[in-house]
Write a protein that binds this ligand. Structure first.
Ligand code: ATP
Ligand code: MG
Length: 329
């Protein structure tokens, strides 16, 4: 659905200035005695798709609302497309960004087109018809433009909200759970759209509870739970948190696994979770697998499979946050 997108003109202008898209410095937000964000620091490069992950109440929406100039931080500062957050710079920042909030917030008694027209008016945009057509085409909604928003399904409303966030051709797009409630095909289309926007240099900060989505979509992710717990590329986070493992499946158990595995350089530890299946801690699976297979075959084992045990971003997340973190908030 992305072939017709030609977004990115503002992103190109911001890119020319060479600043990171977002710089978050010691951001802290208190709501009365509740601390929603505590001393969070990170940077997002231009054109990056950056994921903000964390349990319910972790402060993700609060972060978006601060960076989107909707609320003020209690302490700390941030720059958005090179502009420092302040009362004076709010409108300048808002002209370069767009927010898709958790709830679509559409006028249900207006049609899709009328909604977008109304918001384009609020944003004081020019070339309104062209912008609306482009935004609707990007989210595959051109054929529903005359329907009342109130008669649309939840997922379709979500897509109208996404179209609304594209109207201003933002340099930085904040998407708060953009695929929540979408069916897998529609979610996939949103992923494609974010990918196409990245091609045009648009920076996206996205919150999601779908970890496989973050893994597929995001160049880097930050895991937050009021504080920033970890930030990096999904691959790096996995490598930092978990030792690398090779899984070996044989047709039958080894008679003396300790002897066999001690012969292979680079195997640090082994266990046998199931009869004939072995899990080996190794430095580098690519270096260890070939001599390991030779040794196993040499001692008469029938090798069914040897492969690296992949940790998912979900493993990383659960390791950091733990099960049931949401309930504890
Ligand atoms: N306007 C507000 N007044 C008081 N407390 C608030 C306000 N907004 C947020 N909070 C609190 O700040 C904390 C962070 O909320 P936030 O909405 O940022 O979480 P979140 O990570 O977006 O969660 P979710 O995954 O459920 O959307 C929560 O404890 C929330 O109750
Ligand atoms: Mg939220």
């Amino acid at each position: 659905m992305t072939s017709s997108t030609t977004f990115g003109s503002k992103a190109a202008r911001v890119r020319a200035a060479g600043e990171p898209a977002l710089v978050v410095e010691h951001l802290t937000k208190h709501f009365g005695s509740r601390i929603a964000l505590d001393d969070v620091c990170f940077e997002v490069e231009q054109g990056e798709v950056f994921g903000l992950l964390g349990p319910n109440g972790a402060g993700k929406t609060t972060m978006i609302r601060i960076l989107g100039t909707l609320i003020k931080p209690t302490f700390g500062n941030a720059t958005v497309t090179g502009i420092s957050l302040s009362r004076e710079t709010g409108s300048e920042i808002r002209a370069r960004i767009s927010i898709m909030p958790e709830t679509p917030g559409l006028y249900l008694r207006l049609t899709v087109w009328e909604n977008l027209e109304c918001f384009a008016g609020l944003y004081q945009l020019s070339h309104v018809n062209e912008r609306i057509r482009k935004a609707l085409a990007s989210v595959n909604l051109a054929d529903r433009q005359n329907e009342l928003c109130g008669s649309l399904s939840k997922g379709l409303r979500q897509r109208v909200a996404l179209a609304r966030s594209l109207l201003s051709d933002p340099a930085v797009l904040f998407l708060d759970e953009p695929t929540s409630g979408l069916d897998p095909v529609a979610a996939h289309e949103v992923h494609d759209l974010i990918g196409a926007l990245r091609e045009h240099g648009v920076t996206t900060l996205v919150t999601t509870h779908r970890l496989e989505e973050a893994e597929r979509l995001c160049d880097r992710v930050a895991i937050v739970n009021t504080k920033l717990l970890l930030v990096g590329k999904p691959d790096t986070l996995r490598a930092d948190l978990f030792s690398r493992k090779l899984e070996v499946r044989l047709s039958s158990r080894l008679r003396d696994p300790s002897r066999v595995f001690s012969e292979v350089l680079g195997v640090k530890h082994w266990e046998e979770p199931e009869a004939g299946s072995y899990l080996l801690d190794v430095e580098d699976p690519d270096l260890v697998a070939p001599p390991l297979i030779r040794t196993l075959v040499g001692c008469g084992a029938d090798v069914l499979a040897v492969g690296e045990r992949r940790h998912s971003l979900e493993d990383v997340y659960l390791q950091l946050i733990g099960d049931g973190a949401g309930e504890r908030k």
